[in-house]
Design a protein around this ligand. Structure first.
Ligand code: WTA
Length: 651
């Protein structure tokens, strides 16, 4: 089978799906010709409103002002819980698969509702209310979802921080949005490791003046220090509460903030992407329903951590809003061995399985026997997200994991977009390995060249922009609306700029080629070159650093760092250690460089700008392709850098 293969929709899938090829074409046309009519209808049928809106959408890309369902009232937690109680109260909402495969919890909608109400009551007791910010720094345990929903219930704004981030990263996020409360666990367990979450939290909040309390969930039996008057035990408080809890929900405006999630950009520190209530909920509900073709008895598995947008939208909000069963997975795909995913599929009879290309590539290497040992006959749809998927990995996923039966939905989207924007629909779209295929309803992608000219027609390559708002789009950068305008709407006036390169082929299919800015995508994790560079310099041994993405066969992109040592840095392997330690402490182990090259200078223009293009080529091993270096202040540094890199790769 070649990489140019096409995979038609299996007839059995099309006939049972919510959307088939004909209805996709019709609905897509309606959704772009009459977006207000289309979304009005979807909003009425998919979401429960406390009162309806005055206007479906109001927008102005020049000022970056977007509002959906203006004046509408609803509550996200009510949509994810209460509305299911009557007919599906005893259905399983969350299947939790712990790090240890023996450790499984099944939580029904009724039970989840109770836990969320109890937690909401607790939050209120500690003074958290509408509009307050709450940081959640938890492992993948049901309490993470419970706390998110409890915040939504009382109108508090959560900011989930991935439990792999350092104390400093946690602190920066808490301080940026002024959180009142931090929710963490004594420790986390992931694969063979434990993660000292409470210790890291203590270190972080030492410099967080707005934090009043830390709510500590007990994940393991390991004791942790508790500061009297500040730290609260989640279990003890709940036990004291018993059944004396409040089921009230706050009636929220469509445009009230639901959450802030920090993500890396090409410059500066990570920014607080703000999502609001009505549009976000509708977008994740609709995309989850149609892209994964969700039915009542589906068991939906999304392998993402709730610390990332994929976990927000497709572990928690989308599936629960649809009343589906969502699997929360605490472990990693290779623990205790590389068959873990398929063991989970067999034991829980997973029907829809969604993961990242980096995980697929890691598993391809481990061999097919790990997959074939388990029964995967329950699987019906496979999905990928987070980075471009190479055709080989796609074909392996399709042929080996899905036994050639299951359509693959390669979903393109971003933290900023809230939910998927480009993806096949399993019952409607013929797929091509490596292509995210066609836009979702209401999404109007355009391809522009570097100068901003819109490239019409098919068979064009350029940068991906979106020309009309969609309900789930971010509304602002928390506390810095100007940065929102600047980053997304100033490059190509009138358009939302994604930061991704893309090709629209002869059939109108989209192929995302990766970031065109200084954002790296390392094993599906977003990192900015600037933040990694600053963490490297903070080691104290490096005077100046430039970071580029380098090809990596599992991670997709690895981190290559060119470093100029300080005169007083000294020598020896200790230098590498210090740089690595600094990156881990300032950001997270996920930002650890894959290659460190100590060089005597960086290629700069005469005005002092680092020529990253040259470093990128060298990092990619394309030494001859560095191009014209005559504009450099010191062209000879390029030869030296090439030598250093070549030498490091010869060993
Ligand atoms: C990349 C993750 C190719 C892209 C949901 C985007 C993808 C960035 C795909 C956002 C895909 C995501 N094919 N590339 N299917 N999905 N990307 O914010 O570069 O963590 O801009 O959101 O991931 O990453 P983020």
């Amino acid at each position: 089978m070649t990489a140019n293969a096409r995979f038609p929709v299996p007839p059995g899938v099309a006939s049972k799906a919510h959307i088939n090829a004909t209805s996709y074409e019709e609905l897509y046309r309606l959704s772009v010709e009459s977006p207000e009519k289309f979304w009005d209808k979807q909003a009425r049928s998919l979401i429960q409103w406390r009162s309806l809106w005055r206007k479906v959408v109001s927008w102005d890309f020049a000022q970056a002002n977007v509002q959906w369902f203006v004046g509408g009232k609803l509550n996200v937690s009510e949509n994810c819980l209460d509305r299911h109680l009557l007919h599906r109260g005893d259905n399983v909402a969350i299947i939790w698969e712990g790090n240890d495969p023996q450790d499984v919890r099944r939580i029904t909608y009724r039970e989840l509702h109770r836990e969320v109400c109890r937690t909401a009551t607790l939050l209120k007791k500690y003074g958290v209310g509408r509009g307050d910010r709450v940081a959640i720094y938890l492992p993948m345990i049901p309490e993470a979802a419970i706390c998110m929903l409890a915040c939504a219930r009382i109108g508090a704004i959560h900011t989930v921080v991935f439990a792999g981030f350092s104390a400093e990263s946690l602190r920066d996020r808490i301080n940026d949005c002024g959180c009142k409360l931090l929710i963490t666990a004594n420790e986390g367990v992931r694969g063979p490791k434990t993660i000292p979450l409470k210790e890291t939290s203590d270190e972080a909040v030492a410099a967080c003046p707005t934090i009043k309390n830390i709510l500590v969930v007990r994940r393991t039996d390991t004791p942790c220090s508790m500061t009297p008057g500040r730290d609260i035990s989640y279990e003890e408080e709940l036990a004291a509460l018993g059944d004396e809890y409040d089921t009230a929900v706050e009636s929220m405006d469509s445009e009230d903030p639901l959450f802030i999630l920090y993500t890396s950009g090409s410059t500066g520190k990570p920014k607080g992407v703000l999502h609001t209530t009505g549009g976000y909920l509708l977008h994740v509900t609709a995309t989850h329903k149609y892209i994964f073709d969700i039915k009542e008895d589906d068991i939906f598995f999304c392998g993402a951590d709730v610390g990332w947008i994929t976990g927000h939208s497709y572990v928690v909000y989308g599936p629960l809003s649809n009343g589906a069963t969502t699997v929360m997975f605490e472990s990693i795909p290779t623990y205790p061995d590389a068959g873990r995913y398929w063991d989970v599929v067999e034991r829980h009879k997973v029907t829809i399985f969604y993961t990242a290309p980096t995980a697929i590539r890691a598993l391809v290497k481990e061999g097919d026997h790990h997959v074939k040992r388990y029964d995967r006959s329950s699987l019906r749809i496979l999905g990928t997200v987070g980075e471009p998927i190479n055709a080989d990995a796609w074909l392996w996923y399709h042929d080996i994991v899905g036994e050639g039966r299951c359509p693959i939905v390669d979903t393109w989207w971003q933290t900023e977009t809230g939910g998927v924007l480009i993806s096949p629909l399993p019952g409607a779209t013929e797929t091509k390995p490596g292509s995210a295929t066609r836009p979702f309803f209401g999404v109007q992608p355009v391809v522009v060249d570097e100068g901003g000219t819109v490239l019409d027609g098919n068979g064009v390559t350029g940068r991906l922009c979106i020309k009309y708002p969609w309900p789930g789009m971010m509304r602002t950068v928390y506390g810095d609306h100007q940065r929102f305008v600047q980053t997304y709407f100033s490059m190509y006036p009138g358009l939302y700029f994604t930061g991704d390169g893309c090709r629209r082929d002869e059939d109108g299919y989209y192929w995302i080629t990766g970031r065109v800015d200084d954002v790296l995508n390392v094993a599906g994790h977003r990192l900015g070159t600037a933040e990694v560079e600053s963490a490297i310099v903070r080691s104290g041994v490096v005077a100046e650093a430039a970071v580029v993405g380098i090809p990596h066969d599992v991670k997709g992109q690895g981190i290559g760092a060119f470093c100029v040592l300080r005169d007083d840095a000294g020598e020896g392997i200790d230098l590498v250690e210090r740089v690595v330690r600094s990156v881990r402490e300032v950001i997270s182990p996920i930002a650890t460089p894959d290659a460190l090259w100590f060089v005597s200078g960086l290629p700069k223009t005469r005005s002092g700008k680092i020529m990253r293009r040259i470093l990128r080529k060298i990092g990619e091993g394309e030494y001859a392709a560095v191009g014209d270096t005559t504009t450099l202040a010191e062209p000879s540094v390029v030869e030296e850098i090439v030598e250093v890199v070549k030498r490091s790769r010869d060993v």
